[in-house]
Every structure is written in structure tokens, then in C-alpha cells.
Write a protein that binds this ligand. Sequence first.
Ligand SMILES: Cc1ncc(COP(=O)(O)O)c(C=O)c1O
Length: 478
Amino acid sequence: MTQDAENKHSDSNAEHSATIKSYRRRFKTYARIPATGRDRDDILAEMKEMRSLEEARWGAGYASGSVYHGGEDHIEFLNEVYAVNSQSNPLHTDLWPSAVKFESEIVSMTANMLGAAQSGAEPGTPEEICGVVSSGGTESILLAMKTYRDYAREKKGITKPEMILPTTAHAAFDKAAQYFGIDMIRIPVGDDFRADVAATEKAITDNTIVIAGSAPQFPHGVIDPIGELSELARARGIGFHTDACLGGFVLPWAEKLGYDVPPFDFRLPGVTSMSADTHKFGYAAKGTSVVLYRGLELRHYQYFTTTEWPGGLYCSPSFAGSRAGALSAVCWAAMVSIGEQGYLDNTRRILEAAAKIRNEVAGIPEFQLFGDSLFVIAFGSRELDIYKIMDAMTERGWSLNGLHKPACLHLCTTLRHAEPGVAERLIEDLKASVVYVKANPSIEGGMAPVYGMANTLPDRGLIADLLRKHMDSWYRLS
Ligand SMILES: Cc1ncc(COP(=O)(O)O)c(C=O)c1O
């Protein structure tokens, strides 16, 4: 590592460490299991203290994304549901038929929200839209990519699989490529940040197992041309995955509310799989997502089975073995208690808040909006270091996402930002941050130098090393 990179990293690491390890001085640290058990009330009191410290930030809408509902009643209800189901493990279907009920219904409700009924695939036939519950968006994407790899190997004899996706598709696809030995062909997006259909077509080879697009993509919140991309795939008998982790529980309702939403789901005949996160705008607790497939055969390539293990005949649908059935119960309860009308109302509130924020950001002359999006507001600056704006916002309590290639920030609008006064506070703080950064152009510290370096350092291996060290710091006690 260069000395400069090392210095910048250690400065920022020290700052970051002070934030993420802020409880070190406040609460007792346990390096070993205590000799005798600690009083339960004491433990709960300590946890409640942490919760209230943390809730002060996300509860008041200072975070981008992260907590998508956050209403007190809703959280209390989900907590009660968790408590009722806390012992459930979907691996043991005989003991917990409730988990089987909840998960099959979560999949069906999600599939029907995402065009299953209009897909031409009849329920109860081998073509039906089917799926499984996973632990989150990343797992849903990993599962789908593994499924395409295994399907293509067996059905088409492809041993050097390739997947094609826009540069903006989520990092979970990189993870899938690394984990499962798939070559990833990333296609640069156009000026509107949408996938480039012509370049995608050119990249298709005999080894292409899947093409993917997002509805919408995480960085700038724009929806890829899923109709055209999925047609490219369909015409060649290749799989197409719509990553609707972020938008799966927003876009169907936005469409019903009259927003202009291009088709992105199973109504398109070329879409063969989708991911949609219940733990985002489905308003479940963290830890669930749904991965869907067109046809039972494809889903079979996701499943794991082994018949020779002395532990017995073993099968599991996703990566985990034992899982928290309570999370599926919570997810089911969130969906059923909110209902269509609740999703419509919540979506309306979020999209109205997002439009307000977007308009205000557009009116700040130092900023430049990126992409035409519904609820993710991404913006950069031609004249200011946008990461210094991010640092100034952090000083004011905000947690905005810093993005790069190109440098920008984003706010993923949630119900937290639809609460009275939150959008106004955000805009006021953004304007104050502009004034501050303009008045203090050479201010040091924060994340700005790290982002600056990460954008310019040609050796990406060094950056990856810094990230590994960063993760090490999460597990260090001192
Ligand atoms: C478009 C998209 N795909 C996938 C993911 C990954 O989801 P998770 O963090 O639940 O693994 C995200 C997360 O924000 C996302 O926005």
C-alpha cells in the first residue's frame, strides 16, 4: 500500500472506529462468556439504552433507506409476532407446519403482486411462477445466479458460464460471480444510467447463462429497459433476472397509483426470475426476501439435496440449513396486516415525499440530479466535493449513501422521510452544508479523502485490502 493511502486509511479508520465502537466506553465488553449469568433486567436495560440511542437517528428519518417503515405500532406488532414464533425452524416442516404455511403464502402473495396471474403461466402447472423465501436481497440474487449456472451446465453443457448485466446492478451479482465461478460481463450504462440494450446484445455469447437488469437499480434509482433486455434473452433461450429487491414492493403500487412504471415483472414473457425484498418496502423485519422463478424446473436447480449422509435424507431450498421461522412469520404478518390498501397508502406517501425532496434538490444550484427516478434521489456536484457535503451532512446527523463512478450521494426515500418536517430538515441541512463546504474548501478528515482516493487509485487490489482491514475492525474488541 502506498504511504498516502495507508495514512488516509488509518485516519479514516480511527474516526470510523470511534463511531462504530462508541459503546466500548459506555458498556462492559465481553471477550469471554461471563462466569455466572448476568441479570436479565440489566441486559434488557442496556439493550434498550442502545436502541434508544440508535433510534434517535433512524427514527427521525436521518438515514437513507435502512428502515423502511419504522412506525411504532407496526414495530410493536412485528415484535409480538416474533415472540409468538421465536422457536420456529422451517427446516423442520413436521414440527412447524405454520412456517410452511407462512412461506408458501409469502411466495404466492409476492408472485401475484409481480404479475404471476398475467404471466400466462397457470398456477398448478409446471410453468407456474414459484419461488422461495430467502434471508435478503443478496441471498435471493445468489440463489438465482447459482440456479442459472447449474441449469445451464446440465441442460446446455455450459462449463464456462457468463452473466451479462449493467455496471449499476447490485454488488450481490459480483458476489455471485465470485462464489460460483461465473464470468461477469458488466456493460456501461447510458447517460440516463439505464442499461445499454445494444451493448448487451453484442456481449451475448454461447456461454451466456443469464442477463440481468434492475427495477430500479440501487445507485440512481432508475429502472433498466427490462422489456427490451428480457426480449433479447427470450429470443435466444437465455434466462433473464429482474432484480426488484428495492422496487418490487413499490412499483406495482406506484403503477396502480397512476405513476409511469414500465413493465418489469412476469407480465413480460422473457422474465424468468425475480428478486423482491420483503425486508425493504414489504415492511417486514430484516431477514427476508423472495426469489421467484418461471417454472418449477428452474427452481429445482436452486434446491439442495443429499441422499447418502448418515444424518439422514437431507434437503433444503436455500443456502441456510436451520432458519428463523419467526422472521417468515413476521414477514407474513406484515404483508397480511398492511394489505393492498396499506401498501398503496404507504407508497403514495413515500413517492410524494420523494418528489418534494427531488424538486428541492433540483433547485440547489450547486447540485446536479442524476437519473430520472421515483424514490431514490441521487445527486452530484460540478463545483463542490460531494463527499465533503456528505461529511457535513454526517456532522448534522444524516447517514446518506456515498456512491462513485460517478461521484454522487443518494437518499433512498422511505416512510421515515414522509413524516412531518423531515424532508424540510433534509433540504435545510443540505443547503447549510453547501454554505459550509464553500466557506471551508480545504477542510480535512471525514470520509471525503477515502472516497477521493478510492475513485482515483488505479490499483483496485489496494482498495480491496483496505476494505478487508475495515471489516477486521468490526470484530476487534479493542
Ligand atoms: C437493487 C438491489 N438489489 C439487491 C440489494 C441487496 O439487498 P440486501 O442488502 O437485502 O442483501 C439491494 C440492497 O439495497 C438493492 O437495492
